[in-house]
Design a binder for this molecule. Structure first.
Ligand code: XIL
Length: 375
């Protein structure tokens, strides 16, 4: 799904702001003392009671604070005990990382494969986790999830029929288990602020985004329908374009309930005030806002893990200071992260290391949840 030119193109456009652009910066493994300072967050079964934040699991801190703390999950790791235990002690929500994407679940016109998505959703049910549905429409040149057979459809009515069938089948199947759907993922240019000129726009016209929301609403009335966008955190023009795109959708009565800001950040580079303002501007349109794919490559040469932790603190703070009450991470252990394959290995963007030991970033997340949960 990730096409190699992506990295080169993004690096060219934003220099070293994104991870992987120089290729040789590597986060150090956490020191023993860093891990030891966070031992209260060690994975394990949830404690029966949680009165003292120091003894609460991170999941309990999130529940106590009324915050959805989520993670992307890959079905193929669910049979790994440490993966499962760490996930269950830390998060109250999951997002299938790839399993609900068009290419995965509906790879051919008459071919469906819901097995891996079902595994995650059964697991979530069994453990009382929320499930976020990612995603229904995502087409770009460099990384996306639209299969070639859909890209070959040039007739608008046929494309509408195929989209309707896709959404109806997937959304109906998971009607009782998925809390919300990312209807359109990344409709704006990756670098820039125009509409991405993707296949759906080319065949259906500029109004395709509103049309996708209407089709989703008809396919599964009453579901929560969201738009999800990337790289707005360090492109002010793109952030403004996102606000006006959503404003336009709201004004024309499109059934949009929320916006996800992905949050693929880089340690030490976040303008927390601008991020908070973006959250506030979107909320002012009467919709919900969440951070949906947070990960933070550790790139500070002097203090990779410390600066990474403070960036996690700032990102959560920017969300939680507004009405935003969901932060979903794009994975949780450096053992499994899309950053390795996309921007180069060793950038260690997540709050647990490769051996599931908590990093300072986890302590930062716990501090922010504790602050919200204080009576
Ligand atoms: C990524 C997955 O993590 C990878 O496993 C896959 O190969 C490509 O997609 N923005 C998104 C997510 O909306 O769906 C992407 O997930 C990461 C960027």
């Amino acid at each position: 799904m990730v096409k190699p030119r992506l990295i080169a193109m993004i690096c060219l456009a934003v220099g070293t702001v994104l991870a992987g652009c120089t290729g040789d910066d590597r986060a150090a493994e956490p020191s023993d003392s860093a891990a030891a300072s966070s031992t209260s967050a060690s994975p394990g079964p949830p404690a029966p009671e949680c009165n003292d934040p120091d003894t609460c699991t991170t999941r309990q801190l999130a529940d106590r604070a009324g915050v959805t703390l989520g993670t992307a999950v890959d079905a193929s790791h669910l049979d790994e005990l440490e993966y499962r235990d760490t996930l269950l002690a830390t998060f109250n929500s999951v997002t299938p990382e790839n399993e609900l994407k068009w290419e995965s679940i509906h790879p051919g016109p008459d071919e469906w494969d819901s097995g891996p998505a079902d595994e995650i959703i059964d697991f979530a049910r069994e453990h009382d986790l929320q499930v976020k549905g990612h995603n229904l429409i995502w087409n770009q040149d460099l990384v996306d999830s639209t299969p070639d057979w859909v890209l070959a459809i040039d007739d608008p009515d046929q494309l509408r029929r195929v989209v309707t069938e896709h959404m109806t089948t997937v959304m109906t199947r998971y009607r009782d288990s998925v809390d919300r759907w990312d209807v359109v993922n990344e409709p704006l240019e990756t670098i820039g602020s125009g509409l991405y000129d993707n296949h759906f726009r080319q065949v259906l016209g500029d109004d395709y985004i509103a049309e996708m929301f209407t089709i989703a609403d008809t396919a599964a009335p009453g579901e929560e329908l969201w738009l999800n966008e990337a790289t707005v955190e360090y492109q002010p023009d793109k952030a403004a374009a996102l606000v006006s795109l959503v404003e336009g959708l709201v004004e024309q009565g499109a059934p949009i309930d929320g916006v996800g800001i992905q949050g693929h950040l880089v340690a030490g580079t976040v303008d927390a005030a601008a991020l908070g303002q973006l959250v506030a501007d979107l909320e002012a349109l009467g919709i919900e806002v969440a951070i949906t794919e947070l990960d933070i490559p550790a790139r500070d040469p002097a203090d990779p893990l410390g600066v990474q932790a403070s960036t996690y603190r700032e990102a959560l703070g920017a969300c939680l200071a507004e009405r935003c009450r969901e932060v979903t991470l794009w994975g949780f252990t450096d053992r499994y992260t899309w950053i390795d394959a996309t921007f180069g290995e060793g950038l260690a963007p997540l709050p647990f290391d490769r051996n599931y030991q908590p990093k300072p970033a986890l302590a930062a997340i716990r501090d922010q949840l504790t602050a919200v949960g204080e009576p």
